[in-house]
Ligand binder design. Structure first.
Ligand code: IPM
Ligand code: MN
Length: 349
C-alpha cells in the first residue's frame, strides 16, 4: 500500500492525472499493490479564490506521502512566476527533490522531426540538478524602474548539491545498460566558476565509478548534437537551467510534449512525478490532450516505489498504443480522445 498525494493543478492537469490514475488503477489490480490516494486542490484557481498557494500545513502533510502525482502548474490569469515559484519550485526545493530525471526515448511507431533517426538512436536520460543554480532565486534589483536599474540573478552551485547530483547520475548510468557513458553538459568556456566546480567534482568522483565512461560537452554543442547525433548520448548530467532547456529539446525529438515525463526525486524520500509539458490552457477541458506523458509519469512513480514489473508493463502498453493505435502524439491529432487513450492503455494492461 502506497500513500499518494494527487495534485491535478491547472489547465489540462486534471485531464492528464485522470488518465494517469486510470492506468495506475489497472496496474494495481494486476500487480498486487494498492495506491491510497488523496487529492490536493492546489493551483491557480485556489490562489485566485483564497490567496493561498502552498500553505505550510499542506507542505508538511506532503512530506508524509510515498509519492506525489502532479498534473501541471501555470494559470493564464495568474502572473507568470507566482505559481511556478510558489508551488512547483517550492515543492522541489522544500521537499529537497534534488534530481529531475527526464528520459528522452523515442518509441517505435512515433514520429520524430529528426530525419533518418529511429528508436535505436534516441534513447538517453537527462539528470537535471533540481534545487540550485539559477533557480535558487538569488539576486535582486538595484534602482528598479530607473534608467540606472541593475538586475542581478546569480547561479548558486554548492559542492554538496553538485556532488549529490553527479553521484546520482553516475549510479543511474551504471545501472542503466551495457553502454555506460555519462556526459557532463556545461559551459566551462564562459561560466568559469560554476562549471569549474562541476567539472572538478565530476572528475574527482568519477574514478569511484570505473565502469562509467566520462564525457564532457558544452550546452550549445549538446543542443546541436541532440539533433544531429542523438545516438551519442546515454546519460547527460547538468545544472538546473541547462537541464530545463535541453529537456524541452529532448521532448521534441522523442515525439513531443504529449509523451515526455519526468520525476522530481530525492532517493528514499517522497518524490514527485509529472508530465514535463505545461498546463496548455488552449486545450483545457476539450478532451484532446495526449495523456501518455502522465501515464508515463505514473510508470516512473511505480519504478521509484519499487514496483518495477508494473512500471515495465505500463511502458510496454504505452509503446503498443503508440505504435499500433495513435495516428500522431499531438493534441487533437491522436485519432482518439484523451479518455480513450487512457482506456487503450488500461485495456492492454
Ligand atoms: C519544467 C518547467 C518549470 C521549470 C517551470 C514551469 C517553472 O519548465 O518543469 O521544466 O522551469 O523547471
Ligand atoms: Mn521546462
Amino acid at each position: 500500500m502506497y500513500k499518494i498525494a494527487v495534485i491535478p493543478g491547472d489547465g489540462t492537469g486534471l485531464e492528464m492525472v485522470t488518465e494517469g490514475l486510470k492506468v495506475l488503477e489497472a496496474a494495481q489490480a494486476k500487480f498486487n499493490f494498492k495506491l491510497d490516494k488523496t487529492d490536493y486542490d492546489l493551483g491557480g484557481e485556489r490562489y485566485m479564490r483564497t490567496g493561498e498557494i502552498l500553505p505550510e500545513s499542506v507542505l508538511n502533510e506532503l512530506k508524509r506521502y510515498d509519492a506525489i502525482f502532479l498534473g501541471a502548474i501555470g494559470h493564464p490569469d495568474v502572473k507568470p512566476g507566482i505559481l511556478e515559484k510558489g508551488l512547483l519550485l517550492k515543492m522541489r526545493f522544500e521537499l529537497d527533490l534534488y534530481i529531475n530525471l527526464r528520459p528522452v526515448k523515442l518509441y517505435p511507431g512515433v514520429d520524430t522531426p529528426i530525419k533518418g533517426k529511429g528508436p535505436e538512436d534516441i534513447d538517453f536520460v537527462v539528470v537535471r540538478e533540481n534545487t540550485e543554480g539559477l533557480y535558487a532565486g538569488a539576486g535582486g534589483f538595484l534602482r528598479k524602474g530607473t534608467p540606472q536599474e541593475v538586475a542581478v540573478q546569480e547561479s548558486l552551485n554548492t559542492r554538496f548539491g553538485v556532488e549529490r547530483c553527479l553521484r546520482y547520475a553516475f549510479e543511474y548510468c551504471r545501472d542503466r545498460r551495457e553502454r555506460k557513458k555519462l556526459t557532463l553538459c556545461g559551459k566551462t568556456n564562459v561560466l568559469t566558476y560554476a562549471f569549474d566546480l562541476w567539472e572538478r567534482a565530476f572528475h574527482e568522483i568519477g574514478p569511484e565509478y570505473p565502469d562509467v565512461e566520462r564525457d564532457y560537452a558544452h550546452v550549445d554543442a549538446i543542443s546541436m548534437w541532440m539533433v544531429k547525433n542523438p545516438e551519442w548520448f546515454d546519460v547527460i548530467v547538468t545544472d538546473n537551467l541547462f537541464g530545463d532547456i535541453i529537456t524541452d529539446l529532448g521532448a521534441m525529438i522523442q515525439g513531443g510534449m504529449g509523451i515526455a515525463a519526468g520525476g522530481n526525486i530525492h532517493p528514499g524520500r517522497v518524490s514527485m512525478f509529472e508530465p514535463i509539458g505545461g498546463s496548455a490552457p488552449k486545450y483545457t477541458g476539450k478532451g484532446v490532450i495526449n495523456p501518455l506523458a502522465s501515464i508515463s509519469a505514473g510508470a516512473m512513480m511505480l519504478e521509484h516505489l519499487g514496483e518495477k514489473e508494473a512500471a515495465a508493463a505500463i511502458e510496454k502498453a504505452v509503446v503498443e498504443v503508440c505504435s499500433k493505435k495513435l495516428k500522431s502524439l499531438g493534441a487533437g491529432q491522436m485519432g482518439y480522445s484523451t479518455a480513450e487513450v487512457g482506456d487503450l492503455v488500461a485495456d492492454i494492461l
